[in-house]
Design a protein around this ligand. Structure first.
Ligand SMILES: [Fe+2]
Length: 342
């Protein structure tokens, strides 16, 4: 590859006269801007252990009342992008959120799309656009862009969940902001999509809501994975995508959510793709090999596999299945026409 001129080859007075006019020579930075063959990503392979997070999050509960936090969250920051950037990857933000019994996280809405995987607790609800979504461990609850949402917890013990948002993307395009709202009165009954391929019809019509399904209960997801596992050949991965049941599109516009079941002892290789992936253990123990980094992941651990990395996953148990929830940036790549898988 041809080497290009560098900044230190240029006279200081020339550089100074450029800078004074807000001008920059491209050629010294061209290779960094457009590297050959493959992008250079700042996102690193990373693991956030639940055993580390939980005690520190509970301490945040002691240190900071909800009124001072609004959302009491520890951000799972990728060191490759700089901790202060609050990013797990280029497009994805991850945060572990705590709501204690009797607390409410107030109503607001924002441009970023959000979803949460419930990690611990029972009795909490997220109210989204007037719909009350109960929160049980393993559930996926959506709060898409501009839908009002608030969290309430009347149950015993802490409620903890993993927030997954596209904040870094919204910040990058100068579009990240929120609006506070008054407490919602849950009024809209949920459209119940109880089984795949069957859409509810009410008053003679199907749902016309842009996001007709806001809660994906874990009990149903787990049962669907179990049913799929019995019908697939033993070497074929058991993988389900969380989709919009009326359009078949990804359940959020910018982040794709899916869940993988590994049968006892099963090992699988996921396709190498341009988009970064987040892994979150819902149940079980898995060994992940991301390029040449080995990570042991146990229940409620979270990890990042940057774009273009190879990803091999093995269930470390020979007796019970493992379930891994995943969130990835592929919808953004597809919409930009740059998605690759090879
Ligand atoms: Fe929010």
């Amino acid at each position: 590859m041809k080497s290009l001129g560098t900044l230190d080859e240029l006279p200081a007075e020339y550089l100074e006269s450029l800078r004074a006019r807000n001008l920059v020579p491209l050629w010294p930075s061209l290779r960094a801007l457009l590297p050959p063959d493959q992008p250079r990503t700042a996102t690193q392979v990373c693991r956030w252990a639940w055993s580390d997070i939980r005690p520190l999050l509970m301490r945040a509960g002691d240190l900071t009342p909800m009124e001072k936090a609004e959302r009491r969250v520890l951000v799972l920051a990728n060191p490759g992008r700089g901790l202060e950037a609050l990013q797990a990857s280029a497009c994805i933000y991850l945060g572990m959120q705590l709501v204690l019994p009797g607390e409410n996280a107030p109503n607001h809405k924002h441009t970023p799309n959000a979803a949460r995987f419930v990690v611990e607790g029972t009795g909490g609800v997220t109210i989204v656009g007037g719909e009350s979504c109960p929160m049980e461990p393993g559930d996926l609850v959506l709060t898409p862009t501009w839908l009002w949402h608030e969290h309430r917890h009347k149950g015993p013990g802490p409620m903890i969940w993993l927030d997954v948002l596209d904040v870094p993307l919204m910040v990058a395009i100068d579009c990240s902001y929120h609006i506070d709202g008054k407490t919602q009165k849950p009024s809209r009954p949920a459209w119940t999509y109880a089984s795949g391929g069957l859409a509810p019809v009410r008053d003679g019509v199907r749902s016309t809501a842009e996001y007709p399904l806001l809660r994906y209960p874990w009990a149903r997801t787990r049962a669907a994975l179990g049913a799929l596992a019995t019908s697939l050949p033993s070497r074929e991965p058991v993988l389900l995508a969380y989709i919009n049941p009326e359009t078949g599109a990804d359940c959020l516009n910018t982040i794709s959510f899916s869940v993988l079941m590994l049968r006892p002892g099963e090992e699988t290789m996921l396709p190498r793709m341009s988009a970064a992936r987040m892994l979150h253990m819902v149940e079980g123990d898995v060994q992940a090999l991301i390029d040449d980094t080995t990570l042991d992941l146990t229940q409620s651990d979270t990890a990042c596999a940057p774009g273009w990395t190879t990803l091999k996953l093995q269930n470390r148990s020979s007796k019970v299945p493992a379930f891994i929830a995943m969130a990835d940036e592929s919808p953004v790549h597809r919409k930009l026409g740059i998605f690759e898988q090879r």
